[in-house]
Design a protein around this ligand. Structure first.
Ligand SMILES: Cc1cc2nc3c(=O)[nH]c(=O)nc-3n(C[C@H](O)[C@H](O)[C@H](O)COP(=O)(O)OP(=O)(O)OC[C@H]3O[C@@H](n4cnc5c(N)ncnc54)[C@H](O)[C@@H]3O)c2cc1C
Length: 446
C-alpha cells in the first residue's frame, strides 16, 4: 500500500519544529521501528558500519516484554561475535552448561560443548538483553527514542517509503525521513501493515504458554518436559530465578485456563513432573504470571521499496522451540549486510537466505507445537530441529560481519548510498492519493 502525493505541508518536520525534543536529524540512513532484540541488533550493526540510525520504541528503555528468553546456539554465537556475551555474563546471567529433555519419565541430559565462541547457553531476562543491545548500539552512534510510537509511514510519489511519522502524547507530532525504514515492530507490525507485506506462508498450529519466576539453585541447566499432549520448561536466568513455563495447545488453554492461570498452570506442571511443580511452588504466593494464548506461525515478504522487516515482524514461529531471538539476531546481521550492499540482488539474496532457515524452523517448530507427537517420536522431532540449528550455526560462522566495502584507491569505506531495493514503479496499485500509508490504508478498508 503506497503513497502517491506530495507531503502534507502542514505537518512539522523534525528540522522545522521550534524545539526539537529528541531526534537530532531530519534524515537518517535507516529508521528502525521497534528497539528490542531485532531492532536494537540491526541498529547496532548498521551504526558500527558507520550509518546514521534512529530506532524508535513505544515502550520504555530496559522494559520487560511478553517472552521467555532461553537462547539457543545461533543467538549465543551472534552475541559472542558482537562482543556482548561478556557484558551479559557480567550482568549476572548464568551460563548454562547442560540441557535435559524429560520425555515422560525418561531423562536425557546433553552437556553443551565448551568452546571460545560457545562456552554454553544463556537465558538473560529481556530487561537485560534488550538493554545491553541498546547500550551497545548507542555506543556505536545509533540514536534511540523510547516511549514514542511510530503512528504511520509516508512514501514519495512513486510509492517508495521515505520515512515515519512519530507520535508524541498519542498525537502525530513529527516526521523523520530515511533511506530505508525497517519494521522490527513484532507480531502486530505497523510497518508490515503499511507496506502490505504479503504473507508467504502461514503455520497451522499454535500453543499457549503460561510462565512465572521462582528461585533456583546455582548451576541449574535447561530442562524441557513432554508428556501426553502437554509440555513445560525450566529456564535459569538472572537474579537466582528460573522462568517456569507450562505449555499446552491453544484449544486446551481456552478450555482449562479460562478460570485462572495459576491453578491450571500448577496442574500442568505437576502432571509433567512433581519436582517441577515443587520448584514453581517456591515462588512468592502473589507471583505474577504471564500468558500467551498462541498465534500460528507466518513468514512475510521481507522487503519492498524503501522498507524491510526483521524479527517477528517478518517471521514468527511458536515459542515452544525457543528460537525467536536466534532468528532475530541471525536476520539482523543478514539484513544489515543487504542494506550496506544496497543492491536489489543483495536484498533478494537476504530474503532467500532468511526463507531457507525460516521454512525449516517453521516446519520443525510446528512439528512440536502441534502436540500430535507421542513420547516415542518427540525425540526424533527434536533431533530434526537440532539438525536445522546445527546447519544455521555453521552458516553463521561462514558469514562476514556487516561492513562497508573499502574504496580501492583510498582504502577507506565507500560513501553510503540509499539502498535501491525495488526502487521502481509500483507493481500493485495500493491506495493512491495520500502520502500516509496507514491512515490511507485504514480509510480504504471497510
Ligand atoms: C510467550 C513467549 C515466549 C517466548 N520464548 C522465547 C524463548 O524462550 N526464546 C526465544 O528465542 N524466543 C522466545 N520467544 C520469541 C521472542 O520473544 C521473539 O521472537 C522476539 O521478541 C522477537 O523480537 P523482535 O525484536 O522482533 O520483536 P519484539 O520483541 O516483539 O519487539 C517489538 C518492539 O516494537 C515496538 N513497537 C511495536 N510497534 C511500534 C510502533 N508503532 N512504534 C514504536 N514501537 C513499536 C514494541 O513496543 C516492541 O518493544 C517467545 C515469545 C513469546 C510470545
Amino acid at each position: 500500500m503506497v503513497a502517491r502525493q506530495p507531503e502534507d505541508q502542514t505537518m512539522p518536520t523534525i528540522a522545522n519544529r521550534p524545539h526539537p525534543v529528541v531526534p537530532k536529524r531530519a534524515h537518517y540512513d535507516a529508521i528502525i521501528v521497534g528497539a528490542r532484540c531485532a531492532g536494537a541488533s540491526t541498529a547496532l550493526l548498521l551504526a558500527r558500519a558507520g550509518l546514521k540510525v534512529l530506532a524508535i520504541d513505544r515502550r520504555p528503555y530496559g522494559s520487560d516484554t511478553l517472552s521467555t528468553h532461553a537462547l539457543m546456539r545461533p543467538a549465543v554465537r551472534q552475541l559472542s561475535r558482537w562482543g556482548l556475551l561478556e557484558p551479559l555474563l557480567r550482568a549476572g546471567t548464568p551460563l548454562i552448561e547442560a540441557t535435559t529433555f524429560h520425555y515422560g519419565d525418561e531423562e536425557i541430559t546433553i552437556p553443551l560443548n565448551a568452546g571460545p565462541d560457545l562456552p554454553g547457553l544463556i537465558a538473560p531476562r529481556r530487561t537485560v538483553l534488550d538493554r545491553i543491545l541498546v547500550d551497545a548500539a548507542r555506543k556505536a552512534g545509533a540514536e534511540f527514542l523510547h516511549d514514542m510510537a511510530v503512528g504511520d509511514l509516508f512514501a514519495d510519489t512513486r510509492g517508495r517509503v521515505r520515512g515515519v511519522e512519530i507520535r508524541v502524547a498519542g498525537r502525530a507530532a513529527l516526521r523523520a525521513s530515511a533511506g530505508i525504514v525497517i519494521g522490527a515492530d513484532g507480531i502486530g507490525s505497523l510497518v508490515a501493515k503499511c507496506c502490505d507485506a504479503q504473507v508467504l506462508r502461514s503455520g497451522t498450529v499454535s500453543a499457549a504458554h503460561v510462565y512465572g519466576y521462582a528461585p533456583v539453585e546455582p548451576g541449574a541447566g535447561y530442562h524441557w518436559y513432554f508428556r501426553d499432549g502437554i509440555a513445560g520448561s525450566l529456564i535459569p536466568t538472572n537474579d537466582g530465578q528460573a522462568c517456569i513455563v507450562a505449555s499446552v495447545p491453544t484449544k486446551l488453554f481456552d478450555q482449562r485456563f479460562r478460570l485462572g492461570h495459576g491453578p491450571a498452570r500448577m496442574e500442568v506442571l505437576g502432571a509433567l513432573s512433581p519436582a517441577l511443580a515443587e520448584q514453581a511452588d517456591r515462588a512468592p504466593k502473589d507471583v505474577r504470571l504471564q500468558a500467551f494464548r498462541g498465534v500460528p506461525g507466518y513468514i512475510r515478504q521481507a522487503h519492498g521499496p524503501g522498507w524491510a522487516l526483521v524479527g517477528d515482524a517478518g517471521f514468527f514461529r511458536d515459542p515452544i522451540t525457543s528460537h525467536g531471538i536466534s532468528d532475530a539476531l541471525r536476520d539482523a546481521a543478514s539484513l544489515a549486510r543487504a542494506i550496506l550492499d544496497g543492491s536489489e540482488r543483495a536484498f533478494a539474496a537476504w530474503q532467500q537466505e532468511r526463507d531457507l532457515f525460516a521454512n525449516q524452523i517453521l516446519d520443525t517448530t510446528d512439528a512440536v507445537a502441534g502436540f500430535d507427537w507421542t513420547l516415542a517420536d518427540i525425540g526424533e522431532r527434536h533431533r530434526r530441529f537440532s539438525a536445522v540449528m546445527k546447519a544455521e550455526v555453521q552458516a553463521l560462522a561462514a558469514q562476514p560481519m556487516p561492513i562497508r566495502s573499502a574504496s580501492p584507491s583510498t582504502g577507506r569505506p565507500t560513501p553510503y548510498r540509499t539502498p535501491a531495493n525495488q526502487d521502481g514503479p509500483q507493481a500493485t496499485g495500493g491506495a493512491s492519493g495520500a502520502s500516509n500509508l496507514y491512515r490511507n490504508g485504514t480509510e480504504a478498508r471497510p
